[in-house]
Write a protein that binds this ligand. Sequence first.
Ligand code: ZN
Length: 413
Amino acid sequence: MSRGQFEMFQELLRNVSENSPFYREKFRKNGVDVREITSMDMINILPFTTKEELRDAYPLGLQAVPEEKIVRIHSSSGTTGKPIIIPYTAQDVADWAEMMSRSYQIAGITPKDRIQITPGYGLWTAGIGFQAGCEKLGAMAVPMGPGNTDKQLQMMMDLKSTVIIGTSSYALVLAEEVEKRGLRSEIKLKKGVIGSERWGEKMRQRIKNELGIDIYDIYGLTEIYGPGIAIDCDCHDGMHYYDDFLYFEIIDSVTGEVLPEGETGELVITTLRKEGAPLLRYRTRDLTRIIPGKCECGLSYPRIDRIIGRTDDMVKVKGVNIYPGQIDEILKEVDGVSSEYQIIIDHINGKDVMTLKAEYNSDGDTAREDIEFNIVDLFKKRIGIHIIAEISGIGSLPRSEKKSKRIIDYRQN
Ligand code: ZN
C-alpha cells in the first residue's frame, strides 16, 4: 500500500459527501456515515457502485465539481440502452496522462519511440488516452485511429513506427497483412500495447511471431479514466496498477464479500483522486485476482492478473464459482487436447454434475483415457471439484464466437 492512500481516501469521502449529489443521495439511502471509516479496510461498509446506477445518472448526474471545472466528457459505448457519460476536469485529464505515460515506461517505451495509435478517437476513451500519455512521455504519436489498413501499413513503414497500439483483433489483421505482403523486413515495430479484451494465448503468439514484437497487455475502462490504469512489465507476470491513484478490491460477485489476496473474483475500483466523476467501489464486472508478492522487475506497484472473463460468464457448480478463463487455462496445460470445449451442467440425484467435453488435438498421440484423466485431475487440483471429462474427435463440438455459449446449464429448467 502506498503512503498516504488512506489520507487520499478520506479526502475523497469528504469531497463526495459535500459535492456529489449522486453519492450524497446514495449515502443517505444506505445510512452511511463516512466519519465512521477510520481505516482503508473499512471501505467495505460503503455500498458498491454499479454500471446500472451510472447509466441512470445519464447524462451528467455523476458530476461532482462546478460546471466551469469540467473540460471534457467521455462515454462508454453502451451496447444496450443509455450510455454512461463521465465528465473530466483538467486535473483528471492530467492524471490519466500520467498513468498512461507510466504504463508506456513500464513497457520499456521511451521518448525515442514512435507510437502508432489505432484505437478510435472521439467519445470513447481509447485513442485520446494513448495520445495524451505519449505526448507526456515525449514520444512521437502517429494518431491513425482505426481502419484503413493500406494507409496504416504505409505510415508504419514510412514513419518507422516502433510501437503499435490496438485491439488484439486489429493487431492480428495487421500481422496477417504484413505476412501476406511480405513487408516484415520493412517494419520497424518492436513492441505492441494491446487492449485487454480477453484473448487467447494462440492469438498472442501469432501476433508476436508474425510482427516480431513483444506484447504488453494494457487495462482500463471509461468509467475509471480509460485505458492505461494497469499494464504488463517485461516479466509478463500480471499487470501493474497505480495504487497512488486507485484502490483495487476483489470480491465474490455473488455474495459481495471481499476476497483475500490471490483469489479470483470481480474487480472493484475506487478512484482516490478523481474530481469530475469520482467513483467509490465501482463494480467493473471484470474477473481477475490480485497477485500476491512483489514482481521480479522490482517495481513496487501491485499487480492484477490478466482478465479471465466477465462476471456474466460465471457459473456456480457445487458451491464453487467457475469462469471460462479457468477452463481455458486448464486445457492449455493438458497434452493432446484442443482449445474447443463445451460444459454441460445438470442436477442429478440432488447433486450438481459437470461434464467437460473437449476435442482431440490433430497431432495428439496421447490416449483418450489419459487426456480425460489429466483434465479431471487438474480440475480437482485447481478448482476443487470433481467433474466428468469426455474427449471426442476434432471438429465434433459446435463452434461459437461467444465463450459463454459454451456452457449449457440444465439446472435452471
Ligand atoms: Zn513487474
